[in-house]
Ligand binder design. Structure first.
Ligand code: SAM
Length: 446
């Protein structure tokens, strides 16, 4: 068998795409190797969301240059968002690359790799392509948790974001194809799925007949043997009362909501073209907490957006405190070529971005620690998914509200079990606890 080395950057959707690529190439007799020097084909699945992500790819391509020089028949390919957006730059800065293709062409990866091996000149494939649900099985089958892409593309046009240009129009997969994929995963031992889309809560409106995420959740909930459902990423603009009700009523849907805020200032939200105000965002958080009091929230925040004043930034800090997020992902604004925000006049300096990044993280960590402290003494449902990172004699798992819990369960519990753990300590990045019975399960309130 030929050998494939696959390097993945960026979001969960890229992880999912990489698995499909590995599955498709396995059908053409390629097996995965961790060793780049042993590979016949090296593929880099790239991210374009921030400049730093792109620089990482160029630096990796630089490292691979000597391999290509030593073995000219090695095929080096760049796929994914950066490939879609920057094909000319990739070929100019990294002439050792033989193949460049965007996400829409993933279904044809086998043919593209063969062409690159045969033709001996760069193969470029960055056009649109029909939506296909790839059914090739990833090579790893014994896993408890899996991602399932339910829609591709994005039509939001936030002024900072390249995704609409890298992943194209919004297109949803048919519910039956998604359910079939989940059933297949469960048959292989999977117990938790995360449904993926750039605006996952816009799911289904392009289908005939139209449907929505709430209906999809109900259908996936019916898959026997599946225990938990998560989904990401939602946009506040598309958050409907029906989906909020589904959070309460669909039993396998977990009490965890990733709801990107981006900014707590109305002025900045408007310049970002996000389509909601801070007041509306807070209303949605309240409605979700009313529907499900145990709901945990995580979010994305961008600091240093063009023209963001100190007062705008403080409004973001205030909102982080007010919502009391379990987890906040803070990003320094990175101007992306071709986006409206990159052309805005009031670009901020790196020092301002670095300072705001540090301050936002400080507030987020304090608020997250307070949320963790509240969990001490509670009993929570935990899906055991491995051993603790720090202590191989302890088991580790996640609560329904997406917290890592480590506990001593040796001899009594196995990976894949769902158990109840009483939280004894709240540490900065995880909880510790002891095995118990389900007398009070805060993240298990349905
Ligand atoms: N589609 C989702 C949305 O808009 O809510 C999230 C997609 S993106 C992969 C993840 C996060 O990256 C965004 O929520 C945003 O906070 C951040 N991001 C996107 N573009 C950025 C940029 N130009 N600079 C810094 N952060 C950015």
């Amino acid at each position: 068998m030929a050998k494939l080395h696959l390097i993945t950057y960026g979001c969960q959707m890229n992880e999912y795409d990489s698995e499909r690529v590995a599955g498709l190439l396995r059908e053409r007799a390629y097996e995965l190797t961790d060793d780049a020097t042993a590979a016949d084909v090296i593929l880099l699945n790239t991210c374009a969301i921030r400049e730093k992500a792109e620089e990482k790819v160029f630096s990796k391509l630089g490292e691979l240059k000597s391999l290509k020089a030593a073995r000219p028949d090695l095929v080096i390919g760049v796929m994914g968002c950066m490939a879609q957006l920057q094909q000319a730059t990739v070929l100019r800065r990294a002439p050792q690359v033989d193949l460049v293709f965007g996400s829409p062409a993933i279904a044809r990866v086998g043919e593209l790799v063969e062409r690159a091996r045969r033709e001996g000149r760069p193969v470029l494939e960055t056009g649109e392509a029909p939506l296909v649900k790839i059914t090739a099985k990833p090579p790893v089958v014994d896993r408890l948790k899996a991602f399932v892409t339910v829609m591709e593309g994005c039509e939001k046009h936030c002024t900072f974001c390249v995704v609409p240009r890298t992943r194209g129009r919004e297109r949803s997969h048919e519910p039956a194809a998604i359910v079939a994929e989940v059933e297949g995963l469960v048959a292989e031992g999977c117990r938790e799925v995360t449904l993926l889309g750039q605006t996952v809560n816009a799911y289904g409106r392009d289908l005939t007949p139209p449907t929505d995420l709430a209906e999809l959740l109900a259908r996936v909930n019916d898959v026997a043997g599946l225990e938990r459902i998560r989904f990401t990423t939602s946009n506040p603009y598309n958050l409907t009362p029906k989906l909020i009700r589904a959070m309460r009523e669909v039993p396998k849907v977990c009490e965890w909501f990733h709801l990107p805020l981006q900014s707590g200032s109305d002025r900045v939200l408007d310049r970002m073209n996000r389509g909601y105000t801070r007041g509306r965002y807070l209303e949605l958080v309240d409605a979700l907490r009313q529907a499900e009091p145990a709901m945990a929230f995580s979010t994305d925040v961008i600091v240093g957006f063009p023209g963001e004043t100190e007062a705008d930034f403080e409004a973001t800090l205030e909102l982080i405190e007010r919502v009391a997020y379990d987890n906040v992902f803070v990003f320094r604004y990175s101007p992306r070529p071709g986006t409206p925000a990159a052309a805005m006049a009031e670009q901020l300096g790196d020092d301002v971005k670095a300072d705001r990044n540090r301050r936002a993280l400080e507030v987020a960590q304090r608020v997250g620690a307070q949320r963790s402290a509240r969990l001490t003494g509670r009993t929570m449902e935990v899906l055991v998914d491995g051993t603790s990172r720090r202590n191989a004699r302890e088991l580790s798992g996640r609560t329904r509200c997406n917290r890592v819990v480590n506990f001593d369960g040796r001899g009594r519990v196995a990976v894949g079990d769902i158990v109840h753990v009483r939280v004894t300590d709240a540490l900065p990045h995880s909880l510790r606890g002891t095995l118990t019975t389900p007398e009070e399960a805060v993240c298990w309130s349905k």
